[in-house]
Design a protein around this ligand. Structure first.
Ligand code: HEC
Ligand code: HEC
Length: 362
């Protein structure tokens, strides 16, 4: 049985140029980093994955990029997807919880869009099955872009270059300019927002020197303490739902009692305070942490995980060692050439910034 398991792991790892053989693998804190141990992780592929029912074409990706960056999808013309998922900032807004239409503060921290295509579902509670379904949410959410599908379609149809680009991206559609196709184009663009080439990926692909000794110690601790059980796979997370507070519930600043997580999606009592284990890819770039954004410091977040999820108090030194490893998960950030967005016309619905009293300060 044991032989079979190791054999299987070896098979899995072959695809990515196996690391050292088990007997030669280096040992850290009593753990040998063998291919079998490392098989719980997977490097990020160099190319975007295929999407179900949404072929990725250059025309669609370019259109999706424009829509992602175009604030005119919002009622105010101030807020684009990039406002809260800034592609120059690791795909986040660096706020505890996001601020949207009319300066309203939303209830949750913005997760990164980078590598989101690898998650089993979208949002902290997994309420959208995929990026296509997800993209329709924020455009309509009152605290985010506060728009309607009809007004978005009216806006896009009023801009000739968008009509041309939708027609080229969706050549088989009778009505190419639609809210649904907007979401499909954004999904295709988001699928390209992957970050291969982190030093950890190089290590997984067999470059033993890609990680320093300290980082390998952090990796060994990450596995030994049990972090990898929920943060494994290609995204180091994003593959399952768990209670936040398996062993001990964090305090209200980190786990606000009013947000019951996946309970609102499944209505099942066992899903109270259950959240998607987020991806730890590029985690060094995306503070503050947790769905509440309640922790700014990565070492602090690791400590919370130790006590809340594993019932282990990690020492300061252990926290720092794990953090050193987590910093090696930063991959190549997508290079975005900023598009010139097509001008609006007299037929375009004008912006409403949604502020009740307008103060002019300058
Ligand atoms: C006002 C800020 C804001 C804007 C604008 C916004 N988002 Fe988000 N986004 C968030 C927040 C907050 C969440 C988490 C909400 C939750 O889980 O309930 C989120 C979640 C997501 C996720 C899920 C990621 C994951 O790992 O679960 C994706 C993908 C995403 N947004 C893409 C987009 C796209 C595409 C747009 C534009 C159409 C957009 N967002 C506009 C704040 C924003
Ligand atoms: C039982 C599953 C489980 C285990 C074990 C676990 N985590 Fe988590 N992790 C989660 C969940 C679920 C969240 C999301 C919590 C929330 O904000 O709702 C999370 C969030 C995090 C975050 C914050 C990510 C972000 O984007 O905000 C970090 C960092 C993290 N975990 C690291 C670790 C480390 C390091 C360990 C080991 C010491 C660990 N986790 C063990 C499930 C787990």
């Amino acid at each position: 049985m044991r032989g079979t398991l190791v054999g299987l792991a070896a098979l899995v790892i072959v695809g990515c140029e196996a690391g050292p053989p088990a007997e030669e693998a280096e040992e850290f804190g009593g753990l040998r980093l063998t291919p079998a141990v490392l098989a719980v992780f997977e490097p990020i592929p160099n190319d975007p994955p295929a999407l179900a029912d949404n072929p990725i074409t250059p025309a669609k990706v370019e259109l999706g990029k424009m829509l992602y960056l175009d604030p005119r999808l919002s009622q105010s013309w101030l807020i684009s997807c990039n406002t809260c998922h800034n592609l120059g900032l690791g795909g986040v807004d660096l706020l505890e919880t996001s601020v949207g239409h009319g300066w309203q503060r939303g209830p949750r921290n913005a997760p990164t869009v980078l590598n989101a295509v690898f998650n089993l579902a979208q949002f902290w509670d997994g309420r959208a099955a995929d990026l296509h379904e997800q993209a329709m949410g924020p455009v309509q959410a009152a605290v985010e872009m506060n728009n309607t599908p009809e007004r978005v379609e009216q806006t896009l149809r009023s801009i000739p270059e968008y009509v041309e680009r939708f027609t080229a991206a969706f050549p088989d559609d009778l009505e190419p300019v639609s809210f649904n196709n907007m979401a499909l184009a954004i999904e295709a663009f988001e699928a390209t927002l992957i970050t291969p080439g982190s030093r950890f990926d190089d290590y997984l692909r067999g470059d033993e020197d890609a990680l320093t000794v300290g980082e390998k110690e952090g990796l060994a601790l990450f596995v030994q303490k049990g972090c990898a059980g929920c943060h494994g796979g290609v995204n180091m997370g994003g593959a399952g739902y768990y209670p936040f507070g398996v062993v001990e519930r964090p305090d209200a600043a980190i786990l606000p009692p009013g947000d019951k997580g996946r309970l609102a999606v499944t209505r099942s009592a066992s899903d109270e305070y259950v959240f998607k284990a987020p991806s730890l890819r590029n985690i060094g770039l995306t503070p503050p942490y947790f769905h509440s954004g309640g922790v700014w410091d990565l070492g602090g977040a690791v400590a919370v995980m130790g006590t809340a999820q594993l019932g282990t108090a990690l020492s300061q030194e252990e926290q720092a060692t794990v953090v050193a490893f987590l910093q090696a998960l930063t991959g190549r950030q997508p290079r975005i050439e900023y598009p010139t967005l097509p001008p609006h016309t007299v037929a375009t619905p004008l912006p409403d910034v949604g502020l009740r009293s307008e103060t002019i300060l300058h």
